[in-house]
Design a protein around this ligand. Structure first.
Ligand SMILES: N[C@@H](CCC(=O)N[C@@H](CS)C(=O)NCC(=O)O)C(=O)O
Length: 186
């Protein structure tokens, strides 16, 4: 809800991320990651055969299930915060209940699944290999958002995973090139 309108000149939805590469313009993070890996990845981002299914699942789960839950959580707090002051208390009550009864249990279930998965993958990357794959690239944004906004609901394993992503030299190089980024800190 805060994207600069210049983004509309690049993609019809005016959302980020979006990339341009020669004459290609592409939005949607999953499509961008697949594009970059297949064009520039030189096979090094591919999962092993054993990790293929986990990679497939988490690559799609990130924006298909996890991120919409976190966006809903944000919207449930923005609606009351931005409402006229005289209906704010009522909206806080309604959206607080929706958050507690619908979102929190869902987020908890998702957190437990992710934490269990990461605990069972000793390498710490989602597809179980010794390097990140598309699943990790896709999971990094939702887990950064969750780790920085989720408070006590975030698990220890997720927090450690985000720290590990932030410690990668490639992540640091991206920050140097891309500039300030609110979710780069925990
Ligand atoms: N499913 C899309 C989500 C894109 C999206 O919603 N991007 C947000 C930033 S995380 C955005 O550009 N919001 C700006 C706005 O809605 O004004 C993807 O994975 O690329």
């Amino acid at each position: 809800m805060t994207a600069p309108k210049e983004l509309l000149e690049i993609t019809p939805l005016g959302k980020s991320p979006a990339i341009t590469d020669e004459d290609v313009v592409l939005g949607e993070s999953g499509a961008i990651i697949e594009y970059l890996i297949s064009k520039y990845g030189k096979d090094k981002d591919k999962p092993s055969q054993a990790g293929w299914l986990d990679n497939l699942y988490y690559t799609h789960y990130a924006e298909g299930t996890l991120m919409p839950l976190l966006v809903n959580k944000l919207i449930f707090s923005l609606i009351p915060a931005r409402a006229p002051f005289f209906i704010r208390p009522l909206l806080w009550m309604v959206f607080g209940q929706l958050d507690k009864q619908i979102l929190l249990p869902q987020i908890g279930k998702n957190r437990d699944m992710i934490e269990t998965h990461l605990k069972n993958t000793p390498s710490g990357w989602f597809s179980g290999g010794d390097h990140p794959t598309s699943a990790d690239y896709m999971m990094s944004f939702p887990l950064e958002v969750f780790a920085s906004r989720g408070g006590d609901d975030v698990g220890e394993v997720i927090t450690e995973w985000v720290k590990k992503v932030h410690a990668r030299p490639a992540y640091k190089r991206a920050l140097e090139k891309g500039g300030e980024y609110a979710y780069a800190k925990l």
